[in-house]
Structures are given as C-alpha cells and as structure tokens.
Design a binder for this molecule. Sequence first.
Ligand code: M6R
Length: 365
Amino acid sequence: EKGGYEHFMIKEIHEQPKAIKDTLSPRLGVNNEIELDNIKLSKEDLEKINKVVIVACGTAYHAGLVGRYAIEKFAKIPVETDVASEFRYRDPFVDDKTLFIAVSQSGETADTLAALREAKGKGARVLAVTNVVGSRISREADDVFYTWAGPEIAVASTKAYTTQLVAMYLIALNMGIKKGTISKEKYNEILEELKTYQQKVEKLVETKEQIQELANRQFNNQNVFYIGRGIDDHVGKEGSLKLKEISYIHSEAIAAGELKHGTIALIEQGTLVIALATQEHLFDKMLSNIKEVKARGAYVIAVAKEGNEEIEEAADAVIYIPNTLDELTPILSVIPLQLLAYYIAVTRGCDVDKPKNLAKSVTVE
Ligand code: M6R
C-alpha cells in the first residue's frame, strides 16, 4: 500500500504534483475562469463581506496564513487568521458581514469545528476547505471547497498543505477578479504560472538527494531555527512544525526581522538555521539576517529562487526552487522543508509516519 516507498510520508510528498493538479484543473476553464464548485461568492455576496476570518490548527493554520496574504493582496479584504483553540475562547468579533473560512484536512478537528459553530452562531457565512468528503466540518459549513489530495495517512501533513495553498490562491483570485481589485493581466499571469506547478513540484521532489545529504550531516542538532520574511515566514512555520513533530528536534520559526529582539541570543557555534529568501523585495534584508546569524557561528541552509546565486556567498548551503512569481513561492519552498524534516527523522531512526504522542486527527480538545 506504500507503493514501494519506505513510509507514507515520502509517498505523499511524491504525490504532490498530482494532488496539486487534481485540485487545480477541475476548477479552471479554458480562459482561466475559476469555477469554485457551488460556493456562493458572487459579486453581490462579496459586497456583503467586510472581513474574512481564517481559522484552523497546525499545518492547516499555516495554509491559512498564506490565505490571509493572498486574500488581502488580490481581493483587498482585511483578513484575520487564528488558531481554532484560541479563536473559540476569545469572544471573537464576528458578525453577518464576516466570511469565516475553516481549513481542515480531516474535517474532524474538534477545535476547528467548535470555532466554526461559534462563528456561525454569530451570523458569519462559513466556508470549509477540507480534504474529506462528508466530514463533520464539511456538513456544518454553508459552502465547501474540497482539496483533492486523496487520503493522507502520515501524521505529518504534506500534500494536504500544498493543496490547501492551491485552494487559498483560487479563492483569493476569484474574489479579486470579481471585485476588480486585481487586473486581468495579473490574474492570468498568476494562473498561468500555477499551471506549471505540477511540473515544478515534480522537479523539486527530485532534489531529494541533495537534501538527504544535508540531512545526513545535520541530524544531530538540539535546536533548529527557521527564519524568513512575509510568506517565507509562514512557510518557515510549516517547515519547523514538520521537523519537530517527526524528528523530535526542538525547532522554532521566527520572522527574520524579530531575530535581534531576542532569539538571536540562542544562536551559537554550529546552530542550524534554515533561511528562506524567495521574496525579491526582501532579498537584501534576508542576506543581512543570514550574515547576522553566520557571525554568531550558525550553519545556514538557505532556500532561494534560481537566479539568486548571490546567496551562495552568505549561506553554507543553498537549495534552489525554480524561478517563479513571488506571490506563489510557498507551494514550492515548502517541498525541500518537508524533505529535510523527513530525511532528518529517518536518519534519527524515528517512526516517521506515526510520531509519538500525536494522532492524525485530533477529535478531542
Ligand atoms: O485535519 P486538520 O487539518 O484539521 O488537522 C490539523 C492539525 O492537527 C494537523 O495539521 C497537524 O498539525 C499535522 N500533524 C501537521 O503535520
């Protein structure tokens, strides 16, 4: 059932090109018109919304962070993102002008479901982004966007995350084009690029040997730090969660600009830092941050876009993602981070698919 792979996790990492295609292509018409199943997001519906709230747990929450970026950027609607266990207890400000988006692979997560009920009770429209047809969250939502990732068995979520990202981009672009807050040219440019992602992700998964080699040398750290800015920080959070849950190495993701407000105190000789530097307008800032941690002895693995070879002067090792639009990098940059977590966990002899203390679906609070 693992199709020749050693673990479900690595099998599911390899299934991502197909999962992305299966989630994307049924929603795209010949002229790039987006068909979001029967989700009620007409121009009139959108006029009634003055804010979006995205709520989820764990990896799905990290997809929500990218969702916030995409909706604010393309649809110009203010977006709040929260973890479900916080949202449900903070008496959140939600009303009938709120679009509430619950993101959940399983569709059964207790806190996400409770948050959904809380928002619904306050009059919000509820859209679920989920991978499981007929799940509780899908049944209680007003509308559902299904990710077509196929069954995800490994506790560590991989293909669910990348398809949740596709969902977020489609929802954001769809809102933007209807509201007129994104130009037709930009809209087409992004969708044309997204169509190349099946191939680009395939190519990236093939970099696994380089990553395996890095993992063979970097598996013994006590602490790992992920740094990035903007959506790179969101992806860093996902990479860090992946690493800690399957390898049991303490890891932390931090917005690179926050380093000197505290965390840099923990960088010492040999500390592993994963630096994401895929964003053109933040590239120089990231170079400085890399130099700062290097000056304190860190070993830096950078993730950058092809064409930005300058980074090799600052970092100890570089993993390149194919050149792409800055807005879409998370779908690509997360792949090496998934692979790195996987190979480090394998090298440490961990039970990758079933890490201790964790369940695939958290149906109790
Ligand atoms: O099924 P859900 O997407 O609601 O699950 C949310 C989290 O429990 C889940 O993403 C968890 O963080 C994963 N183990 C991460 O790999």
